[in-house]
Design a binder for this molecule. Structure first.
Ligand SMILES: Cc1cc2nc3c(=O)[nH]c(=O)nc-3n(C[C@H](O)[C@H](O)[C@H](O)COP(=O)(O)OP(=O)(O)OC[C@H]3O[C@@H](n4cnc5c(N)ncnc54)[C@H](O)[C@@H]3O)c2cc1C
Length: 390
């Protein structure tokens, strides 16, 4: 994609964000999924922004995609999660591991928005340690039969296809990944709505009962599922970090605007030094997060150019952990400080900082919790023999 095309994409993202904002706001206040966000994303051709042109996508580069996610992140973590689920962890495994037939079928449908994508790794009893998952598969004729429950899956209730991870029945080694079309007999899904935040985003659980998946939907080699999952999480973590930079930017905008308008003690609160401290600290978090994200994106780009190079992959994995850990904590702090600047109004869903405050908390949990990322970072310094878990 040329520089001009990348720029045109970002212009469309800006227009999308402006058009989607009122819908997002109404849905948030009514605590319901924002279906209009999907229609508008189709209108602006954003569901295929990172998908290759030969599959109907726009084929932007990784840096442009991350810029798009930062901008979308300003509109809220719920909206950004739709794109992360659909592209960074939904399409990315097919982009990186799919065969020609799978790419043609699924990436084309995903790029047009005909099929929303999702990533199903977590289960009720397997979160931070996916090796403990209990979903199984067995071969039967031309199909694999899958059994198990996947829990807390972003886009799970609206997805047309989900990347699902499972062990061979009777064995707990070498999981595999499958592209699973939803809604056939044996697929039951339930939306999870009792969340602390993200009311405009779909989160679901689904159960597979002897669910038939065509043999051709095995993703990558049989037994390669864990590698696919871990590799996909690098992209997912970059997307979360990008969304968090967007959240910080929006908190800064809201805090500055309000601080200049609101008068107390005879002057704009922006002239009170303790209010200025909030603004300075949000800005420091923004700059630091942005620069960690830029290093992580460069590392992922380097790794994509030579996927077989284990050292490049390890570096991409590590820098994505740094960026995601730092940016999600900085975004939580930024939202908290912005709520404080808005005072009593800050403590309301009617204002953007309060919504960010509720929503962005999940970024310290999904795609690797704070704790898991800290362990990864510490192990990179101490050496693998000090790994807290294997
Ligand atoms: C809104 C939402 C959307 C999500 N979307 C998806 C999705 O699209 N796809 C998907 O597959 N999953 C998704 N998840 C699941 C998410 O990735 C998991 O919740 C997360 O990985 C943590 O797993 P868990 O909830 O089972 O917590 P647990 O793993 O049970 O952890 C509980 C606590 O123990 C800590 N802990 C666990 N092990 C260790 C250790 N070895 N050392 C130190 N501390 C440890 C954790 O850090 C955490 O603080 C989503 C979750 C939410 C809330």
């Amino acid at each position: 994609m040329s520089t001009a095309e990348n720029q045109a994409l970002l212009t469309d993202v800006e227009a999308y964000c402006q058009e989607v904002r009122p819908h997002e706001e109404i849905c948030y206040l009514e605590h319901r999924f924002n279906a209009e966000a999907i229609e508008l994303a189709k209108k602006y051709r954003l569901f295929g922004m990172f998908t290759a042109k030969e599959y109907g996508g726009r084929g932007c580069d990784l840096t442009t995609y991350i810029k798009a996610l930062i901008r979308i992140g300003r509109e809220g973590t719920g909206l950004r999660t739709l794109f992360s689920g659909h592209i960074s962890i939904g399409q990315m495994p097919i982009i990186e591991w799919g065969n020609a037939e799978q790419k043609k079928r699924y990436l084309s449908a995903a790029a047009s928005g005909e099929k929303i994508m999702a990533f199903g790794l977590t289960e009720p009893d397997a979160g931070s340690n996916p090796l403990e998952l209990t979903t199984t598969y067995r071969r039967e004729g031309d199909c694999f039969l899958l059994n198990g429950v996947k829990y807390l899956i972003s886009n799970g209730g609206i997805a047309g296809a989900i990347i699902v991870f499972a062990y061979p029945e009777g064995r707990k080694d070498r999981m595999s990944a499958f592209i699973v079309d939803t809604r056939g007999p044996g697929f039951e899904c339930e939306d999870l709505t009792a969340k602390l935040g993200l009311p405009t985003s779909n989160t679901a659980l689904f159960e597979l009962s002897n669910y038939a998946v065509p043999a051709g939907n095995l993703l990558g080699e049989e037994g390669n599922g864990f590698r696919i999952a871990m590799n996909t999480l690098i992209s997912g973590r970059l997307s979360v970090a990008a969304g968090c930079v967007g959240v910080i930017e929006d908190c800064l905008i809201e805090a500055i605007n309000y601080a200049k308008e609101r008068h107390q003690h005879g002057k704009p609160i922006a002239k009170h030094q303790l209010v200025q401290e909030h603004i300075a600290m949000i800005e420091c978090g923004r700059q630091a997060s942005e620069s960690l994200l830029a290093s992580a994106v460069a590392a992922k780009d380097a790794s994509r150019s030579d996927p077989k190079d284990a050292a490049l992959r390890e570096r991409a994995d590590l820098l994505a952990a740094h960026a995601k850990f730092f940016a999600s904590n900085a975004a939580c702090e930024a939202a908290d400080r912005a709520v404080q600047v808005l005072g009593g109004r800050g403590y309301s869903e009617l204002y953007r900082p309060g919504r960010h405050w509720k929503d962005v908390r999940v970024c310290r949990i999904y795609e690797g919790t704070d704790e898991i990322l800290k362990l990864k970072i510490a192990t990179s310094l101490l050496g693998k023999e000090y790994a807290a878990f294997r």
